[in-house]
Design a binder for this molecule. Structure first.
Ligand code: BMA
Length: 828
């Protein structure tokens, strides 16, 4: 029989100092505990991060006392199970050292029978300073590696710890330590389930599960394993087998299989697989339970007209991957809750995404993260945790440590329906290539690289999760010269010419990657978020020390302003600047995504950099640290819409080419309606076309001839409004212009707004405008709200309807008095 004792009551104190122990939250990290005890200020406020650097330089001791009873001690095995220790830990029980660990990403189990006695026992975990360790290793041998940002420390690749802890171009330097995942005692009698693997065999209209189980036993006597598969609370099939030499394999055909699909392509039915291990008398000795989705999820790489495809396919249906890159949710992990993960991932689905890339500079995510992705239909591109650096692959201990980590993580995640890809690392190949191209970039040579990313990791994926594809690096070029990381014929690319290379947004329209796994543009968070770290008017000016502290890209604020000079009139005040930066960011990503979706036969995915933030900061995120949606997140709903209408202006020919892009699996008859208006709202021309949008296809719909309207009104006064209707429902809308907003002759707008309270926390708005209003956003004074749509362009003569969810309940009166509406015209 299995018994579990969770270890939750801990204290933490500095090693070698006579400062008192304070309450520790476990799972969590030391920075949170010190802040709670009033010993450090909030590192996210102002420049406080600089005041708390000493925490990462010291050693910390976590301690607990547990009472273990005789019953537990008498079992055959007593294990201390640590799901995550951050990072250089020495564990002692009752003063005796049990073990030392040095990998935050590993899961450890230690036999502790000889260490524990009946009654009270003390467990202490001593965490040595990761910073001191990496500095020492670096002093012994300098690892050639470029820095990601000036504040980043050298030496991070020596330690298997969240790499962005040491600073990144969107994150603070907070070198944490602590028990960051669950820790418990487990005792077992007779036998336990050691490992199990569920594989799926898909045939037309039939799915069979193959469940392999291995048990560890300490007594002789026959053992059997039973497996029950449950859908919506009902057992759909079950099977039992006798184990032979501790091993068994069960085959379970699933009657009437309900397939799992990515978001937007179908439902996400999840089956629970319940595994029980029993003795001869039928007593259950151990039990395991996992949720799975019935699906195949493959990376299809086939020769085609352009080179080699790079497309994901679910149940044999290829789909365009739409989504964003994911970074850690918080640098202080204690603050991460399932509710926060759910909100961020639900936001991704609400933004019409179907894929998230877990980027390799953070950590392998929490179980609940993958559970949520299974439920929501978000496919996961999973990096192994290596990013932008050389790694000491010539060190056998390092390689062994990494191999164990990879096995732990592959076994932990392989059953998830959402898991689409294992990827070796982030950007190492690109940086090695730069070195080879004589850019003087210091990085490991290819043979050192190949050991880990071409041999060790793919072999382990093949052994433990053969159903999931492995890809060595993001980005990687599989054909021809490996240095060609911008290859448009094959593989994935990171497109950073816009932003890092300061190319204009139109540059995106010149490239045709097979799959763009990173591209991005920065913005500031909204005024309420800025106010959480910059607390006076002077501090909130983007040139202040605090604002520059909360901007970690070397080119950050200057690049935002340079592009702003290309796009918008100079904003009138600090707040307008923040909002305009968000609209600008949304436009950058819109340019890229619309172009790639217009060319979706060739390009099969667009994952922008980045979905979330780990502290309040100016960054590439579309959702800020407080989960406030930036303009980009609202815009993603439109440019990732399942069936999207978009247009490309041609100032030479004076026309707009209109396209539909469909991610649907079925044909869809619809109507494209377009109108040309002047900036003061006069209707100059209009038309409509019937079309049948083909499944998983993009096609040109029409070309709108604008010559006449340009001749009478000039390009600066023209707006071309596109709409796609399915029966009586508007399913996609868009706006095309020939000039940038800074040169458009926009007019003052009057809004007619009617609000209605629907239920607690829910309102609706009916809105009409008398003149074209561009990127209109609604907001409430001193309260957060989520809108069904925001930052949209509104055309006179149309009725718009918005749903609003407010953070707290309000009366209609109070809602109306707090309601604010603005468009870009109000920013200058
Ligand atoms: C990428 C990422 C990150 C980085 C981002 C922005 O290429 O992989 O390393 O934060 O660019 O510069």
């Amino acid at each position: 029989m299995k018994t579990v004792l969770d270890l939750c009551n801990w204290t933490v104190r500095e090693s070698g100092a006579d400062s008192p122990a304070v309450k520790a939250t476990v799972p969590g990290c030391v920075h949170h505990d010190l802040q709670e005890a009033g010993l450090i200020p909030d590192p996210y406020l102002g420049e406080n991060e600089l005041q708390v650097q000493w925490v990462g330089e010291r050693d910390w001791i976590y301690e607990t006392t547990i009472v273990v009873d005789q019953a537990m001690l008498q079992q055959d095995r007593l294990l201390l199970v640590c799901e995550g220790l951050d990072t250089l830990a020495r564990i002692s029980i009752n003063g005796r050292t049990l073990a030392e660990t040095d990998n935050m990403f590993r899961q450890y189990s230690f036999e502790v029978k000889d260490f524990i006695h009946c009654g009270a026992n003390t467990i202490a975990i001593h965490f040595s300073s990761a910073r001191a360790y990496t500095r020492e290793k670096e002093a012994l041998r300098h690892l050639d590696t470029p820095k990601c940002c000036p504040h980043e420390d050298y030496g991070r690749p020596y330690i298997r710890k969240e790499q962005c802890n040491f600073g990144w171009d969107w994150g603070p330097v907070l070198v944490t330590c602590g028990i960051w995942r669950a820790i418990r005692l487990e005792s077992y009698a007779i036998a336990r389930i050691d490992s199990w693997q569920i594989q799926q065999k898909h045939e037309p209209d039939a799915v069979t599960l193959l469940v392999a189980i291995e048990a560890e036993s300490w007594k002789t006597g026959p053992l059997s394993a039973s497996v029950q598969v449950i859908l919506d609370g009902h057992a759909v099939t079950e099977s039992r087998a006798l184990l032979v030499a501790g091993k068994g394999e069960l085959t379970l055909p699933i009657p009437n299989p309900q397939l799992w699909w990515p978001a937007g392509r179908g439902r996400q039915p999840l089956y629970s697989v319940e595994i029980a291990l029993s003795d001869e008398q039928g007593n259950v000795l151990d039990h395991a339970s996992r949720r799975i989705g019935l699906r195949t999820l493959e990376l299809i790489r086939e020769k085609d007209a352009w080179g080699e495809s790079f497309t994901f396919s679910c149940n044999g249906q290829s789909f365009f991957s739409k989504g964003a890159n994911w970074i850690p949710t918080d640098q202080i992990k204690t603050r991460i809750t399932d509710e926060r993960l759910r909100d961020l991932l639900q936001s991704a689905v609400d933004g019409n995404m179907n894929m998230i890339r877990v980027w390799g500079g953070g950590y392998y995510e929490y179980d609940s993260f993958y559970d949520l992705c299974d439920e929501l239909g978000l496919c996961i591109w999973q990096d192994f945790m290596f990013a932008c650096s050389s790694y000491p692959t010539d060190d056998p201990h390092f390689m062994d440590n990494v191999a164990q980590e990879a096995v732990d993580q592959i076994k932990r995640l392989r059953h998830h329906a959402c898991l689409a890809l294992w990827c070796g690392n982030n950007e190492l190949e690109m940086w090695i290539a730069r070195k080879n191209q004589n850019h003087n970039w210091p990085l490991m040579p290819w043979p050192e690289y190949e050991k880990l990313f071409d041999r060790l990791l793919p072999d382990l994926v093949q052994k433990h999760d053969p159903a999931t594809a492995y890809w060595p690096c993001s980005p990687h070029s599989p054909l021809g010269n490996r240095d060609n990381h911008d290859n448009q014929e094959c593989g994935d690319v990171h497109s950073w010419a816009v932003w890092h290379g300061r190319q204009p947004f139109e540059w995106y329209r010149t490239i045709f990657p097979r799959f763009c796994s990173e591209f991005g543009f920065q913005s500031f968070p909204e005024p309420r978020t800025v106010a959480s770290y910059a607390q006076s008017k002077d501090e909130a000016n983007i040139t202040s020390a605090v604002m520059e502290h909360h901007q970690r890209s070397q080119i950050g604020n200057v690049a935002i302003m340079q592009y702003m000079a290309m796009w918008f009139p100079m904003p009138a005040d600090s707040e307008s600047l923040l909002w305009l930066s968000q609209i600008q960011q949304g436009l950058a990503i819109k340019y890229a995504v619309e172009h790639w979706r217009q060319n979706m036969e060739r390009c099969r995915g667009a994952l922008y950099w980045q979905l979330n933030d780990c502290w309040p900061v100016a960054s590439w995120a579309s959702i800020d640290y407080y989960h406030r949606w930036k303009a980009l997140q609202y815009m993603s709903k439109r440019f990732f819409a399942p069936l999207m209408i978009s247009g490309v202006e041609d100032p030479q020919k004076q026309e707009v080419r209109v396209y539909y892009s469909s991610d649907l699996a079925v044909s869809c008859p619809c109507t494209c309606r377009w109108r040309i208006t002047s900036t003061d709202g006069q209707l100059l021309d209009s038309g409509s076309d019937e079309l049948v949008a083909k499944p998983d296809r993009a096609e040109a719909v029409t070309s709108i001839n604008c010559q006449k309207a340009i001749a009478t009104h000039g390009m600066r006064r023209l707006l071309i409004w596109l709409e796609l209707w399915q029966a009586e429902q508007l399913i996609s809308h868009n706006l095309v212009t020939f000039v940038k907003p800074k040169h458009m002759q926009l007019q003052e707008v009057k809004y007619e707004v009617t609000s209605t309270k629907q239920e607690a926390n829910r309102f609706t708005l009916q809105v009409k405008v008398d003149k074209p209003a561009l990127w209109v956003w609604f907001g409430l004074d001193a309260m957060d709200a989520r809108w069904s749509d925001n930052f949209a362009c509104l055309c006179p003569g149309r009725n718009y309807h918005f749903d609003v969810r407010t953070q707290q309940d309000l009366t209609l009166e109070s809602f109306e008095s707090r309601l604010r509406v603005k468009s870009i015209r109000d920013c200058y």
